[in-house]
Write a protein that binds this ligand. Sequence first.
Ligand code: NAD
Length: 487
Amino acid sequence: MTHPVQPKASHFINGEYVEDTAGAAIPVIYPATGEVIATLHAATPAIVDQALDAAKAAQKEWAAMTGTERGRVLRRAADIMRERNHDLSVLETYDTGKPYQETSVVDATSGADALEYFGGLAGSLTGEHIALGGGDFAYTIREALGVCVGIGAWNYPTQIACWKGAPALACGNTMVFKPSESTPLCALKVAEIMIEAGAPKGVYNVVQGYGEVGAKLVTDPRVAKVSLTGSVPTGKKVYAAAAAEMKHVTMELGGKSPLIIFDDADLENAVSGAILANFYSTGQVCSNGTRVFVQGGIKDAFLKRLKERLDVGIKMGDPMDPEVNFGPMVNEKQLDIVKKYVALGQEEGARLVTGGGYPDKDGYWVEPVVFADVKDDMAIAREEIFGPVMSVLDFDTEEEVLARANDTEFGLAAGVFTSDLTRGHRVVAGFEAGTCFINTYNLAPVEAPFGGSKASGVGRENSKLAINHYSEMKMVYVSMNDVEAPF
Ligand code: NAD
């Protein structure tokens, strides 16, 4: 019998489901059990063409609608997503393995927030009037870029589809979105909901595929902009390919972010912050603060309380059970990466405080891991693991810890816990990171910009800033005077 999550077809193009079984098979595996719950197919060149043609054909008409009209579609889509939160959350759990306790309050809700926020902004997107000498003036017209390609990672498939789609569509662009091959289901629902909300056909399309399909989309001449959420190595390839064609980009990439806990921090809040920074979504969060620097005076109390809270608080099990708060890794490959680093951490001499076991059951399960006495040059402290592995490092002074925190190619996020407000602001001013937190961690409200510096990315998602990454300004100089020419 077909599993209920099996979609009608693999792709959603020009307002309808489309199939081409000639494309490579994409098995969808429920990470909690290892079962194949659906099979989709990667886009063939014909499917990629069809999607880009549909997006291109729809774009001018979509951009010609008023911002208020476009915004209305997005806000309706937000309402539909909220009404269907339960079903969308169940689907997100099947796609990713994240527990329903988490997906029911984070994924479709954060997607809906983006649709609502950019839907609200769409009617007030403007250029400006610039007074010049002698009565001359210039004005600017904010124009859509054209067809935008979105390429997603697997950790937040609904959210990523909306965080890219909402600002793109608000500005009058159309989108072809390629989800991660590991989590291909959720974006199809977003596309369906857009149509139901009144988006014209072709405005939001979804094609499936592995990296080759992504690569084909990036270099296609019909495409004006590429927004990728993924790893740094993929980001470098995609950025280079887009640059060769002078396309706009947004790059939301990986990290190895620092979280600094000073002696004067509130212990319970600091432990909560470190938990949020490492174990939500089973550690599969790009902005995670996986290098936790803890000052000498609070270190023992911090480690003791952290272990107590993890021992009592973590509930692994059926992700659909609302009591369960810790799911499996997304797939076998990611589980193997975690296993490799947990073994490496021990070999390198880090002290295992808790975790390190692998429940003996189907699916891709791992206990959350805390390492103490981690040194800056250990692989577990330098490389992104993208799993529930926290490294705790010791430090003495503010100056020293800031230098060590910044000593990384990444610059996605950074956080500090202290009760000294002046120090909190001074430390974040010194962080080389795009997304910083004082006395909390990993909050990403749509109203505030999100993104990384250094190797972690280019551009920002969310907030009014995202508008600049999905539109460009045309300048018009208007002369009110005779034209003076030298000869
Ligand atoms: P990945 O880089 O392997 O893949 C990301 C996407 O790129 C997938 O859809 C993949 O099919 C596609 N892709 C692969 N090669 C491509 C190519 N040559 N051209 C075009 N597309 C290509 O990443 P992943 O394993 O899916 O996700 C985990 C990574 O994503 C981690 O590094 C994580 O930190 C990062 N991430 C970043 C953010 C952020 O907002 N900064 C959010 C979530 C995840």
